[in-house]
Design a protein around this ligand. Sequence first.
Ligand code: MGD
Ligand code: MGD
Ligand code: SF4
Ligand code: MO
Length: 691
Amino acid sequence: MKKQDKQITRHYAVCPHDCPSTCALEVEKIDHRTIGRVHGSKDNTYTDGVICAKVARYAERVHHPQRLRTPLKRVGAKGEGLAAFEPIGWDEALDEVATRFQSITDTYGAEAVWPYFYAGTMGWAQRGAAHRLRHALGYSGQKETICVAISNAGYRAGVGAIRGVDAREIADSELIVVWGGNPVHTQINVMTHIAKARRKGAKLVVVDPYETPTAKQADLHLMLKPGTDGALACAVMHQILADGLEDRDYLEAYSDFDDRIRAHLSTRTPHWAAGITGLSEEQIIAFARLYAETPRSYIRLGYGFSRSRNGASNMHAVTCLPTLVGAWKYQGGGALYSNSELYRDLDRTPLHGLALRDPGVRMLDMSRIGPVLTGNPQDLGDGPPVKALFIQNTNPVVVAPESARVREGFMRDDLFVVVHEQMMTETAAMADIVLPATTFLEHDDIYTASGHTHLQVSKAIIEPFAEARSNHWVVGELARRLGVQDELFEVGALDLVDKALHPGGLPSADEIHQMGGLDCSLAFETAHFLDGFGHADKRFHFYADWRSLGDHDGRLPEMPDHAEIIDEADNACPYRLVTAPARTFLNSSFSETPGSQKKEGRPRLLIHPDAAHTLGVDEGDLVIIGNGAGQIRIHAAPFTGLQPGVVVVEGLWPNSAFVDGVGVNALVSAEPAAPAGGAVFHDTKVWLRRG
Ligand SMILES: Nc1nc2c(c(=O)[nH]1)N[C@H]1C(S)=C(S)[C@@H](COP(=O)(O)OP(=O)(O)OC[C@H]3O[C@@H](n4cnc5c(=O)[nH]c(N)nc54)[C@H](O)[C@@H]3O)O[C@H]1N2
Ligand SMILES: Nc1nc2c(c(=O)[nH]1)N[C@H]1C(S)=C(S)[C@@H](COP(=O)(O)OP(=O)(O)OC[C@H]3O[C@@H](n4cnc5c(=O)[nH]c(N)nc54)[C@H](O)[C@@H]3O)O[C@H]1N2
Ligand code: SF4
Ligand SMILES: [Mo]
């Protein structure tokens, strides 16, 4: 044993990234500033000792030579990176931010300031910091549409609540259907539990437009066209009804299924769906029979398949399946999309500063940050233009749709931008003031999980790097300078967490930390909806009430169906583009770490060999991908695992990683999906040309 190894201690922590797995971690601490390897905790029955490779080598990220060390003020041009900035002190930085926010408020009104955050950390105290500042000062609101708005609406339409069957039950399933998600990339722990079931003989079906590493492992891969899951689900239901395999007693007791739905589905044949999905009738029928004849069937619903204009309707159609066959009744049966409503007892009021909120303040759609910053009147409503941005935990210059417009907005000379970050991201490079942020290893927080059932508290393991400070601290300092007097800004992060735990009778933050997490799983009856679904009538709804979920234009079909509102390929744009998550990035995070860069290589266009042949391109040749919104250049990677009309770019790479410095979100539309907004990252028609 090396001398140094003796000093290594192991500490419990929680992965803060926007990943449904929210893993319980064991972090090797080398000294008060340094970590070693990160491991999955064996004590947490969902994590079960397994984590992804990118977080296992977190030392690469937390000790990255380019971590931001001090506050910075931009003295050079926007977008040029570190060289355009000079270090300043915290007081000078915070004073300047407060002065500018105040003068903008005095001139244009408080709504001209827009705190903008997302999912860099999922911890409630740090992530909610921007909300607390917003509500205390009447700054513009943020419609949170970039990730779960579409999928939440689709799941709620049928089930009536955002929770599902405990994923640990997958071990007892006989059939697992991974629908529209790629857990090998995006939440590895699902695969751990699937492996347990498969050792007992369970089958795996994957529904995905390309042959992902998850699909590679499947017994059956349904490689459909993007945006056509509603058609597939309807044809499966058609076949189940035609074969008489539906659970009539269950439907009667637990749903609003009736003859009108039956008659509607009788027209949604496998032949009809084959034409829409590009699958064969035989595949659809085989899947329908396998599904209906396996009682313990568990559908793990991904987010991916909801990121289309018709995504909510597709999500709803798929949730009808376990209801039609009564799979919800069985151990290891039913479905899970997200458990985010399991943690009802955690009080959001202090975490988001809701008691300070003025409901009259305007809301701006975060997915439309491009149109918002470029002054689109429909987006701004009757409020002022956005004159200042305060950004924490997100990298919109890379991750948001219509990135050319996002960039144009950030380039405005009259926009004052503050970015609180760990790294010099492409968003930070556009800022006037950059503030250095701590990582989860340097601050405290509480985490809920969408993929499992534990509430967890994580505490700092090492000292803050250089002058890095937490979101909570920064917001507290700004609030004080802006004259806010409220204890939410004065207490420590875990005191704030305690304020959220106490009203619901939950243990304290310290206690939850000591326990290594609190399992909030529900009793079988409730988790499986045997005591009723989430709607007032306690039934599952085959009839979706989209209006109540925000669809005032009637864009979505009431019954499960294929809604023809996607960006359908045509002569001018004959291909459909999917921009799926890469395995060793997490959204735009980790694209700076050497391990991830080595694994991912460079941005690649996955394209069917026949399509590549038509274009006259081979492996490594340049291709231009374009549509009405813009064009990008990228290297081709011919790949047989997709339909010839579909192409895939995995990411999220920085825009600068692309040949012309223009990234994939330049092609993605910011048109809000029905019923209530949401970014349509996988719903894009494009043309291709040899580059
Ligand atoms: N490694 C890694 N992990 C991540 C992330 C990451 O970027 N990288 N992102 C994190 C975040 S923020 C989230 S929200 C989750 C998302 O996790 P997932 O639930 O996996 O959803 P997505 O990652 O959006 O999409 C995954 C899959 O959806 C497929 N897909 C796209 N369109 C369709 C469609 O129309 N129908 C069907 N059936 N499938 C479709 C894509 O081909 C892709 O394989 O993952 C988290 N985990
Ligand atoms: N083309 C395409 N675009 C997508 C997607 C896709 O599938 N395809 N997925 C979309 C989805 S699902 C999502 S959720 C969004 C997510 O997009 P983002 O929310 O931007 O996600 P990240 O890139 O993981 O995190 C952003 C930044 O947060 C910083 N950060 C982490 N922790 C902290 C902290 O404690 N404090 C501060 N101040 N900063 C911190 C990180 O350094 C990182 O640069 O991207 C979306 N964009
Ligand atoms: S990114 Fe996801 S899989 Fe990886 S450690 Fe974090 S929660 Fe676990
Ligand atoms: Mo997300």
